[in-house]
Design a protein around this ligand. Structure first.
Ligand code: ZN
Length: 44
């Protein structure tokens, strides 16, 4: 496996918002695109 996450959409974990509920990686390890898709979900 590569070091980078292929998670396309960051979803904050219920117990730890700095981690993703999908891949359990840090928010910082996600691409800006993955974070943005989350923002869009909240806005919509
Ligand atoms: Zn993720």
């Amino acid at each position: 496996m590569s070091g980078r996450s292929d998670c396309r959409k960051f979803a904050p974990n219920i117990f730890n918002k700095s981690k993703c509920t999908n891949c359990f990686r840090q928010k910082e390890e996600h691409s800006a695109e993955a974070l943005e898709s989350n923002r869009k979900a909240l806005a919509g």
